[in-house]
Write a protein that binds this ligand. Structure first.
Ligand code: URP
Ligand code: ZN
Ligand code: ZN
Ligand code: ZN
Length: 456
């Protein structure tokens, strides 16, 4: 079946133009002014923008850790994604200790295939480093996984500096990409112990046990090691002003560093941890929410181009029966928040509508530049002939109020309760098929694995 989207304004990082878009099967086959109407289906997009489907480069849709299992799985989390315009996610595949990467990949494919309503791929987490894991790095590339994730915090997963160094050398050999969770895990452990021993057990001690400098220090160490290896690297969920300074210094020395931040580090602040009735626990995530000065510095980074991508770190746990288990010990609050559903509306409202960023930049931050960084471009991340027909028809006038009552996300709260938004995905197409309309999913479980290939 062919389809013609008429009258919309196509936006990319290089500009915007009113163009009709013809789609056949899964692809965009023609674009131009006033295209001839000979289609089975015409869609009027006048007064709307056409964005390439948004890509979330950082989700944990079905994460099981020692405290809890995320309230979203691939079925519900991907529905939340497409409902508001995110057509592709890169989820964090996280192996169980002692398990092979191949086994982990199988597990993640089993969770995603036939269940996801958006397209998907994974960053493969390297939670330990040994000869067997090393041997699997090139096998991952051969199977379409071109990016890896490591942790400098969390006892069950964190790498030593030596392990980071060795893994980077191997990733460089195969042309892969590394992203690292940067926080000084050792010192955080000690701070947590100190607070708990002093009887300081409330959520507000979570950010105090993870101060800004412990992120900046870890980023500095990570970039120092990457500089030795000569590897271009990504800093995931960067959250502090000091961290951006560290990144700028490394760049000044000629290093290639990509920076991801998330809506929560732009829009929310650490005073939320003081909420009564344990509600501060809703905002427990790592790194923690920071201060207004950090929010401001990060927005400036987004504006200046120091920050390349905005993804979500979607990792949600219910407040009433999961977060609550940390009452009496903030280190037992499962860490993470929902985000995959709300990112486009939040960043459009707080970034585009306030004129901090242009529509073109918005597309780069949420789609095009993520596709480029993670080897999905131009299949994903752009509306052009030959690309997948992942298209969001965006109504810039549509207003909404974010609420747990109406969200698609399978979580009993939203960190953005009551936020008023301007601009909304009216129709969402995944490879030419309408999968959501006005915030409701209308076609489920058609998501596919996106095979990624290293750019030659
Ligand atoms: O607290 C968070 N963000 N949990 C998800 C895992 C991570 O650190 O990305
Ligand atoms: Zn025209
Ligand atoms: Zn992380
Ligand atoms: Zn994460």
């Amino acid at each position: 079946m062919a389809m013609l989207i008429k009258g919309g304004t196509v936006v990319s990082t290089s500009g915007r133009r009113q163009l009709d878009v013809r789609i056949k099967d899964e692809k965009i086959i023609e674009m131009g002014c006033d295209l001839e109407v000979n289609e089975d289906k015409i869609i009027d997009a006048s007064a709307c923008y056409l964005f390439p489907g948004f890509i979330d480069g950082h989700t944990h849709l079905e994460l099981e850790n020692d405290l809890a299992t995320t309230s979203d799985n691939f079925v519900t989390g991907s529905q939340a994604a497409v409902a508001k315009g995110t057509t592709t996610i890169i989820d964090m595949a996280t192996p169980v200790r002692g398990n092979s990467l191949n086994n982990c990949l199988k597990t993640w494919n089993q969770m995603a295939e036939g269940r996801a309503s958006c397209d998907f791929n994974y960053h493969m987490s390297l939670i330990e480093w040994n000869p067997a894991i090393k041997a699997e790095i090139s096998e991952m590339i051969a199977q379409g996984i071109t990016s890896f994730k490591m942790y400098m915090a969390y006892d069950a997963m964190r790498a030593t500096d030596a392990e980071l160094f060795e893994a980077m050398k191997e990733i460089k050999k195969v042309g892969g990409i590394l992203g690292v969770h940067c926080e000084n895990g050792d010192v955080i452990n000690q701070l947590q112990k100190d607070y708990l021993q002093a009887g300081k057990v409330a959520p507000k001690y979570h950010p105090l046990s993870r101060p800004n400098v412990l992120e900046a220090e870890a980023i500095n160490r990570y970039l120092t090691i990457a500089g030795q290896v000569g590897l271009a690297v990504n800093v995931v969920h960067l959250s502090t002003k000091e961290s951006l300074e560290v990144v700028k210094r490394a760049r000044a020395k000629g290093q290639i560093v990509y920076v991801e931040t998330c809506p929560q580090y732009l829009l929310l602040e650490d005073s939320l941890y003081d909420l009564p009735n344990f509600e501060g626990a809703k905002y427990v995530c790592s790194p923690p929410l920071r201060k207004p000065t950090d929010n401001k510095a990060l927005w400036q980074g987004v504006i200046d181009g120091e920050v390349q991508t905005i993804s979500t770190d979607h990792c949600d746990f219910n407040f009433s029966n999961q977060k609550i288990n940390g009452k009496g010990d903030f280190t037992k609050i499962p860490g993470g928040m929902p985000g995959v559903e709300t990112r486009p509306e939040l960043i459009c409202t707080a970034g585009v509508m306030t004129e901090k960023i242009s529509l073109e930049r918005f597309v780069g931050l949420l789609s095009e530049d993520i596709a480029k960084q993670f080897n999905m471009y131009p299949k994903k991340g752009v509306i052009q002939i030959g690309s997948d027909a992942d298209i969001v028809i965006w109504d810039p006038e549509q207003r909404d109020v974010i609420s747990a009552k109406t969200q698609v996300t399978n979580c009993d709260y939203t960190p953005y309760e009551g936020f008023e938004t301007i601009g909304k995905a009216r129709d969402v197409f995944l490879r030419g098929v309408k999968v959501a309309e006005n915030g409701k999913v209308c076609k489920e479980k058609t998501g596919k694995f996106v095979f990624r290939k290293i750019n030659e």
